[in-house]
Design a protein around this ligand. Structure first.
Ligand SMILES: Nc1ncnc2c1ncn2[C@@H]1O[C@H](COP(=O)(O)OP(=O)(O)OP(=O)(O)O)[C@@H](O)[C@H]1O
Ligand SMILES: O=C(CO)[C@H](O)[C@H](O)COP(=O)(O)O
Length: 290
């Protein structure tokens, strides 16, 4: 925990929707007058695209077909831990960007598949916001969960996650369905071993569940819309959460367990604002007092 310089960590697999959720956080920060600095998890990949391709081949040749961007060793997690720790202690740190496509290339002046240079965070921020694959990892080498003060999991059920990934990678990153399918398969071992365990470390998980048939995500023609889904919101520690308030404010919601509510998909933004605003306010208030 880094009370003086708090860290929010939003974790999800590739295509889960963490970038989408980031915009909800940005609305809260803007409305509450909070100055944030942010990290995209992909900035802490260990290899650029060409080197990753070579590394994949090396692992494949050595009889390890499961190496992927989800694997701990494909990412600079010790460096990420250092950035979390330094930010928590000093409010300072650095990040960079991994450039996925031409749009990002134009914005950053770096070609796709490469990293930008490292850049220092702006001074005097109120908090650090991380979104990505590994922000709550606990393993033999690092404990990122321990350094984050508010931990959020973004976890659509897996068919929906695959549908979202396939559509996004085809539409904005120029990959074919077959190429994305290969990536999903290759990443499965690390998905189970490196990504999923983090959702037991998170304080709140948002799990989108479609109410239309997604049984074959590889041929789905579009991503189920918010109106075609529900969201299960699960609190690790439900003490202090005002469930009657939430269920009365979020039309069509109900409690499905003592620590979980279900909301209509089109109320996700509202629910996040109602749930997260007081938690973020408290983090910033406590930090100013510390
Ligand atoms: N709640 C939602 N309703 C409808 N579509 C969504 C929702 N959340 C995400 N999507 C769609 O899913 C796709 C993937 O979302 P997004 O880019 O936010 O994922 P991500 O977790 O940031 O992925 P990556 O880490 O690989 O960049 C996008 O096309 C996005 O529009
Ligand atoms: O979304 C991802 C991980 O979160 C990408 O798959 C990863 O960043 C590698 O990108 P690319 O395969 O385009 O080089």
């Amino acid at each position: 925990m880094s009370k003086k310089h708090p860290i929010i960590s939003v974790v999800g697999s590739s295509g889960a929707g963490t970038s989408t959720v980031k915009s909800t956080f940005e609305q809260i920060f803007r409305r509450e007058g909070i100055k944030s600095v942010s990290i995209e998890g992909d900035a802490f990949h260990r290899f650029n695209r060409a080197d990753m391709k070579a590394e994949l081949q090396n692992h494949y040749d050595a009889g390890d077909p499961g190496f992927s961007h989800f694997s701990y060793e494909a990412n600079e997690l010790a460096e990420l831990e250092r950035v979390f720790r330094d930010y928590g202690e000093t409010g300072k740190g650095k990040t960079r960007h991994y450039i996925h496509d031409d749009t990002e290339a134009a914005a950053h002046g770096t070609p796709p598949g490469h990293f930008t240079d490292w850049d220092d965070f702006e001074n005097d921020s109120d908090l650090l916001f991380y979104e990505g694959l590994h922000g709550c990892v606990v393993n033999d080498e690092v404990n990122l969960a321990q350094l984050a003060d508010l931990k959020i999991g973004v976890v659509p059920v897996i068919n929906l996650e695959w549908t979202q990934k396939i559509h996004r990678d085809r539409a904005s990153r120029g990959y074919s369905t077959e190429a994305v399918t290969d990536v999903i398969l290759r990443r499965m071992h690390s998905y189970v071993n490196c990504i999923v365990p983090q959702f037991s470390e998170t304080d709140i998980n948002f799990q989108r569940v479609p109410v239309v048939d997604t049984s074959n995500p590889f041929i789905a023609r579009w991503i189920p819309t918010p109106d075609e889904s529900l969201v299960v919101i699960r609190f690790k520690n439900p003490r202090g959460i005002d469930f009657p308030y939430l269920t009365s404010m979020i039309h069509g919601s109900w409690m499905s367990r003592a620590n979980s509510i279900v909301i209509p998909g089109n109320k996700q933004d509202l629910a996040m604002q109602l749930i997260l605003t007081p938690l973020i306010e408290r983090l910033v208030r406590d930090a100013k007092r510390a």
